[in-house]
Design a binder for this molecule. Structure first.
Ligand code: COD
Length: 159
């Protein structure tokens, strides 16, 4: 039985993230999507709202579950018996950011990181840009799941 964790802030989850979940779910028996907090990023949604949006976005993926975590990702992996961490890579910047984390996590507990390259048409999508564009009145309806879009519009007072 292979179990992997796909961690992120997911503030909010985008179509780029969901594409990675779908493809990773095809590689492992079980995928746990885990939302944590990245202190270096500004937050739009609280952890409970992020969990709810992730559960809605993953509802059609039978071997995917959604959890919150705090502390080290390697400790969460050990707690749930996951052998691998899955990360999506959009380009060189992601690689530069993710490589030392993958090496550190391997050093700490031996957990391996599996990188999945973004689908080309989704590679420009980031939670940060989606939030910025939406907050300035731009249309992000085709960049996030419909339920996420509805929540963003509500949060921005445009529902
Ligand atoms: N296509 C493909 N992949 C994408 C896309 C896209 N369009 N958009 C984002 N991704 C990938 C990112 O590259 C990343 O791999 C993943 O999706 C999640 O992205 P974000 O932006 O939601 O999440 P981050 O990068 O803010 O999450 C950071 C974590 C919370 C995972 C990280 O800080 C962490 O592991 N924290 C726990 C503390 C810890 O263990 N620290 C020590 C690490 S060595």
């Amino acid at each position: 039985m292979t179990r992997a964790v796909c961690p992120g802030s997911f503030d909010p989850v985008t179509n780029g993230h969901v594409d990675i979940f779908r493809r990773a779910a095809g590689l492992f028996d079980e995928l746990v999507v885990a939302t944590g907090t990245n202190p270096s990023k500004s937050r739009m949604f609280d952890p409970e709202a992020r969990l709810e949006m992730l559960r809605e976005a993953c509802a059609d993926l039978p071997n995917v579950t959604v959890r919150g975590f705090s502390g080290l990702i390697v400790d969460f992996c050990r707690e749930i018996g996951a052998q691998a961490i899955v990360k999506g890579l959009r380009g060189g910047n992601d690689y530069e950011y993710e490589l030392p984390m993958a090496q550190m996590n391997s050093h700490l507990t031996g957990v391996e990181t599996v990188f999945i390259p973004t689908t080309a048409a989704l590679g420009y999508i980031s939670s940060s840009l989606v939030k910025e564009v939406a907050s300035l009145g731009g249309d992000v309806s085709d960049l996030v799941p419909p339920a996420v879009h509805a929540r963003m519009m509500e949060r921005l007072g445009r529902s």
